[in-house]
Write a protein that binds this ligand. Structure first.
Ligand SMILES: Cc1cc2nc3c(=O)[nH]c(=O)nc-3n(C[C@H](O)[C@H](O)[C@H](O)COP(=O)(O)OP(=O)(O)OC[C@H]3O[C@@H](n4cnc5c(N)ncnc54)[C@H](O)[C@@H]3O)c2cc1C
Length: 486
């Protein structure tokens, strides 16, 4: 069976690799071709060596309690290379009136697991703390309709908790506006906590007790990265794929058209066309919609064309935000702040021009030379889209001024570069889960077509690995005549 995997980000790599694994099992034989528009594989994930710095421009770590990425690393011989985060600097900061303040120990993204550190914290006013404490008494929500993340947090913990801490913590993950994000699509476990325990504080305390051994209390111990950076994972996958499959980079797929009776034609921008029995589209949703669109669909059998049109409409409806990451290397001697944490998040109410600063070399060893630090400063996102309109030099000027004012960073950096991520982060707005369910339903009606990627059910690396592998397995099940399962 000839399968095209379109998109060479982590989702597409995981899909191609899983198809190779399924072929190796012997029951099926897939001839896999991976298509990638750019000249290199990895999508938004990339590790670069800049002088003595090991620089992640995209993702720099992944969570281990969603096991897909760790499992994949084990299967490709990378398990030994996975390193934990540094113990010494576990913790995060939030900006309050221009000054970095430590986030209370045991704060789990939305909910505190420990009361005393919140009571002592300088982040919240006495009234804000009182309102947070009333969370114990807030009843469950009666309606079962989707709720925004911001609405949920304000309902349970009050406005101040949202404005001062939870907005930048959660907004940062999606470079998003939490006023629009769907709670069910982004952080369903908190919805479940409310359903089961009513109070999130009670539920978080129970979970934290189970994790008491982690000195920081919070989730920092749950993250890992390959010793040589995320590209260790990408390169290993690329190596296996190049041994067992065909890889075509530097030529975008222009259209994927369904044959009149069966199969697919993949047309590349260069004009080449190739026939396949099945296709995995591991692309941002709007790219997936574009390649499936007419004129390709003119050849589609009539009964499939309305489904295809509905599918592309739904895919186009998933919005994306753009962000830039400014990577920079500095001498520690040039920095006033001790940088004794993994990073700093900045609430929108602080009215700054940066969203967050990750102290990357504080998280993992080997990222910066001795006496130096590697920083990654995030700008733009759904809250400040205008930032991406600036030229690189202007963004660098803005970031330098902000870093000086917030962290006291002076002197010439060893390097400073802007990495742009245009329309890279899908926004899971209200109704996202229902949209995705309908997308999968429509795609299921088109035999041999599968969708994967960060647009649907999670943006983290483990989510993307799961999504790519699940698409490969659905294709395999479909081909062997079994019921496709989601
Ligand atoms: C700055 C940043 C930091 C992040 N940090 C973390 C982190 O620390 N931890 C974490 O778990 N997650 C993180 N994420 C999220 C995670 O990295 C992404 O969700 C994930 O890498 C997306 O992978 P993907 O394969 O779905 O999509 P992409 O990486 O976007 O890959 C899609 C690929 O499709 C290709 N393509 C597009 N159109 C075509 C076409 N017509 N033909 C052929 N190819 C095409 C593109 O060139 C691209 O290579 C971060 C994301 C960003 C942007």
């Amino acid at each position: 069976m000839r399968i095209a995997v379109v998109g060479g980000g982590i989702s597409g790599l995981a899909a191609a690799h899983r198809l190779i694994e399924l072929s190796r099992d012997g029951s099926q034989s897939f001839e896999v071709t991976l298509f990638e528009a750019s000249n290199s594989l990895g999508g938004v994930a990339e590790t670069r060596q800049i002088g003595e710095y090991l620089v992640e421009t995209g993702p720099d770590m992944f969570i281990t309690n969603q096991p897909a990425a760790v499992n994949l690393c084990q299967r490709i011989g990378l398990a030994e290379e996975l390193i934990p985060t540094e113990l010494a600097y576990r913790g995060s900061l939030v900006l309050r009136n221009g000054k970095p303040v430590r986030i209370p120990e045991g704060f789990m993204l939305i909910s505190p697991a420990k009361v005393w550190p919140v009571l002592k914290s300088r982040i919240f006013s006495p009234l804000g703390k009182l309102r947070m404490g009333l969370e114990f008494l807030v009843p469950r929500r009666k309606e079962s309709t989707d709720e925004t993340l911001a609405g949920f947090v304000r309902r349970r913990f009050g406005k101040e908790a949202f404005d001062r801490l939870i907005q930048p913590l959660v907004g940062g993950i999606y470079t998003a506006d939490p006023e629009k994000l769907s709670l069910k699509a982004t952080l369903p476990r908190f919805l479940e906590m409310e359903r089961q325990h009513r109070s999130l504080i009670v539920a978080s305390r129970k979970q934290a007790t189970a994790r008491e051994s982690d000195g920081s209390g919070a989730r920092y111990g749950l993250f890992t990265a390959p010793r040589g950076g995320i590209s260790d994972l990408l390169n290993r996958l690329a190596e296996i794929i190049s041994e067992h499959a065909h890889t075509k980079t530097g030529d975008a797929v222009a259209a994927v058209s369904l044959g009149r009776t069966s199969g697919y034609t993949v047309a590349l921008q260069s004009g080449t066309r190739q026939e396949f029995d099945g296709v995995v589209l591991a692309l941002p949703a709007f790219h997936a919609a574009r390649v499936l669109e007419p004129p390709a669909s003119k050849e589609v059998p009539e009964e499939s064309s309305s489904e295809l049109a509905a599918l592309t409409d739904l895919l186009y409806g998933i919005e994306y935000s753009s962000a830039a990451v400014v990577v920079s290397g500095h001498r520690l001697a040039d920095i006033e702040h001790p940088l004794d944490a993994f990073g700093l998040v900045i609430p929108a109410i602080e009215r700054r021009q940066v969203l967050a600063v990750s102290f990357t070399s504080r998280k993992f060893p080997g990222r910066a030379p001795d006496g130096h630090v590697l920083l990654r400063t995030f700008v733009g996102g759904a809250m400040q889209p205008e930032m991406l309109e600036h030229r690189d030099e202007t963004i660098i000027d803005i970031v330098r001024k902000e870093l000086e004012s917030i962290l006291g960073i002076r002197g010439e950096p060893d390097f400073m570069e802007v990495c742009r991520y245009e329309r890279s982060m899908p926004q899971y707005y209200l109704g996202h889960c229902e949209r995705v369910a309908r997308i999968y339903e429509l795609a299921k009606a088109i035999p041999g077509l599968e969708l994967a990627g960060n647009a649907y059910s999670g943006v983290g690396i483990p989510d993307c690995v799961s999504s790519g592998e699940a698409a490969a397995e659905r294709i395999s099940n479909w081909w062997s005549g079994k019921d496709a399962t989601e």
